[in-house]
Design a protein around this ligand. Structure first.
Ligand code: NAG
Ligand code: NAG
Ligand code: NAG
Ligand code: NAG
Ligand code: NAG
Ligand code: NAG
Ligand code: NAG
Ligand code: NAG
Length: 552
């Protein structure tokens, strides 16, 4: 707009000048001798005209250069669908995303055990000193499914954690750390797949490794977060801390004096103290990272302890923080009003615990939850928790308001035991799209052989609470699943890792990406009860128009 005005302002004086200069020219030829000041004036105005056209030309030239000659930075084009197959392999239950090739499109990391040495590899098991079959890590371009790097990492993998660098982080944290079943320990560079460090067996002889691999704050003062591995021998859980930058053990192994089967969680109290929460026989046990560090090294750590928690732990015999009705199955951190709260799922109930005093905020009894809950937004900007009550034919999906525990939505959706997890993606309206897996036939499943049943992927959006959109049918065995935003604020797609369920029977392993929007036109609209007067096509159009946003 302002450019136009400027042009206008420049054009009008030009007209006047032109007229004047034309007049001048005419006058010049007629009475050249009459006036002495006129040639001077006309030369002056000609100069101004030339200067004006020259600057106009430069302006247009610059506009031309900017708009046509200098190309816009190329947006890498991304394929909506791709698929990568491995013959005679076995997948692990692991899928991670991150921008490995730095093209601003998320890439896919996964693990598989390869038994076919004639598959196309840059490195074989033997090259890394393993016997075949061994475990490989692969990073695959999210844009087109081409392999960015892949390499053998262990004979067999027990734990894996891939940490994406945060803007403030150093390169050290952009690594995948893998713990082998026999205790080998390796960190590979996320961007290249090269070894950052590797150590052979460092875990005690008969100890079994408990999941997960826990990243604790920097305890040895080298600037990198450190690692905690819990192991169990007999009835006793012990912990060992490893340097995140070198993989060397810090101190010795320390017994925690509790029983447990894993599922530990790092929790930060309101006062900034780090505690490990660990399910132990019908209770929640805990210990401070500082206390463990002091125990294994005999030195003072810089980390904090929380006096309220220390009193709680001091007054109980077996480091118990909370008695739970039934065994604790899942623990997860959830955002609270001020800091982290803890969602605890036991065999009898689900409850939200205050992150500081561990008092239950709400409890939902009478649930049989065999799957870790996920979070999403049912109402704009308000967190909801998705709980799966029951398995198989009896499974119900419950959406609860996270802060109050009140039921927002529930739907029975039969599935198979051990079916893929649900997931959610935030949409532009500050709600979430939810993705659930369920059996295609919602009735009469009792007589069918589970082997023949296909699972269907359903999409749900809170603005259409009476609708499930069946996006796809999958008959292969799904080992891992996730729905993610491949590019910021656009391009939502799901990734499936399928393959044989048993390590004894290698087979076809596939990684598949499907753009969600491409699946909507061919989807099946499932009406949950009455109430929706829209046509199926109108509903598909509404799902097609959904826009996604990156979570902050
Ligand atoms: C091993 O891989 C090659 C090449 O991909 C394939 O031709 C062959 O059939 C595979 N062998 C087995 C046993 O799957
Ligand atoms: C196999 O590797 C060769 C060279 O290493 C490469 O040219 C070819 O494209 C690869 N094939 C596949 C299917 O990855
Ligand atoms: C680990 O390091 C040793 C040498 O220290 C090397 O021989 C071995 O190949 C490495 N293993 C892996 C998986 O990188
Ligand atoms: C996939 O994309 C990468 C860049 O992201 C490119 O280098 C590669 O050639 C592409 N591969 C195929 C098979 O299109
Ligand atoms: C491992 O367990 C076996 C039998 O359970 C025992 O004989 C052996 O001493 C144990 N090894 C270690 C290192 O504890
Ligand atoms: C915990 O108890 C021990 C003695 O059993 C005592 O020395 C210590 O000061 C107590 N710690 C706290 C934080 O109360
Ligand atoms: C969970 O499912 C069981 C039976 O499968 C049912 O009795 C119970 O009421 C359900 N809980 C909730 C909160 O809906
Ligand atoms: C899934 O399969 C059923 C029949 O088995 C079919 O009616 C339905 O349309 C399929 N859904 C999709 C999304 O292809």
């Amino acid at each position: 707009m302002t450019d136009n005005k400027d042009l206008e302002a420049e054009i009008h004086p030009l007209k006047n000048e032109d007229r004047k200069s034309q007049e001048n020219l005419g006058n010049q030829s007629k009475n050249e001798e009459n006036l002495k000041s006129k040639p001077l004036q006309s030369r002056l105005s000609r100069c101004r005209t030339v200067a004006f056209f020259l600057s106009l030309f430069i302006c247009f030239f610059v506009v031309f250069v900017i708009s046509f000659i200098i190309p816009c930075p190329d947006r890498p084009s991304s394929q909506g669908t791709w698929r990568l197959d491995y013959n005679s392999a076995v997948p692990y239950h692991f899928l991670a995303m991150g921008d490995v090739n730095r093209d601003k499109i998320q890439d896919v990391l996964f693990l598989y055990k390869n038994t076919n040495s004639s598959n196309n590899f840059t490195r074989s098991c033997a090259d890394e000193g393993f016997s075949t079959p061994c475990a490989f890590v692969a990073a695959v371009s999210g844009a087109n499914g081409s392999v960015l790097w892949e390499r053998p990492v262990a004979q067999d993998v027990a734990l894996v954690k891939c940490a994406m660098p945060q803007p403030s982080d150093s390169e050290v944290s952009s690594a995948c750390i893998l713990v082998g079943r026999l205790g080998s320990f390796i960190a590979v560079n996320l961007f290249t797949g090269q070894t950052l460090w590797n150590h052979s067996s460092s875990l005690g002889g008969n100890a079994s490794i408990l999941s997960p691999l826990i990243q604790v704050p920097d305890v040895d003062g080298d600037g990198a977060p450190d690692l905690l591995i819990l192991t169990r021998e007999g009835q006793e859980v012990s912990g060992a801390i490893y340097s995140g930058s070198t993989g060397y053990q810090i101190g010795h192994r320390g017994s925690l004096g509790v029983d447990g089967n894993g599922g530990a969680l790092l929790h930060v109290t309101r006062t900034g103290a780090h505690y490990i929460l660990l399910p132990c026989a019908s209770a929640l046990c805990g210990f401070s990272v500082k206390g463990l560090y002091e125990r294994v090294t005999g030195k003072d750590g810089q980390l904090k302890e929380d006096s309220y928690w220390e009193n709680m732990l001091n007054s109980s015999a077996h480091r118990r923080l909370l008695h739970s009705s039934g065994a604790v199955r899942y623990l997860m951190n959830v955002p609270g009003k001020s800091g982290q709260d803890v969602l605890l799922v036991s065999s009898e109930a689900c409850m939200l615990l205050d992150g500081q005093d561990l008092m239950p905020r709400w409890t939902l009894g009478a649930t049989q939850v065999l799957r870790k809950p996920i979070l999403g937004h049912y109402k704009p900007d308000t967190l909801a928790v998705v709980i799966e009550n029951g398995t198989s034919i009896d499974r119900q999906i419950l959406l609860l308001d996270l802060s109050t525990g009140s039921m927002l939505w529930s739907q029975s959706l039969p599935s198979l035991p051990g079916g893929p997890p649900s997931t959610s993606l935030m949409t532009a309206d500050h709600r979430s799209a939810f993705f659930f897996w369920g059996l295609h036939e919602l009735v009469g499943t009792n007589e069918m052989d589970p082997q023949d049943m296909q699972l269907s992927l359903y999409m749900f959006h809170p603005t259409l609470p009476g609708i499930l959109l069946e996006l796809a049918n999958v008959s292969a065995n799904i080992v891992a699943f996730d729905a993610i935003l491949f590019e910021p604020s656009r391009h939502a797609a799901y990734v499936l890792l399928t393959g044989p369920a048993s390590a004894d029977m290698p087979g076809l392993v596939s990684v598949i990406k499907h753009k969600v929007r491409d699946l909507v036109p061919g989807s099946r609209v499932v009406h949950l009860g009455e109430g929706s007067s829209d046509s199926d096509q109108a509903i598909r159009d509404r799902f097609s128009r959904l826009r996604y946003r990156s979570e902050v």
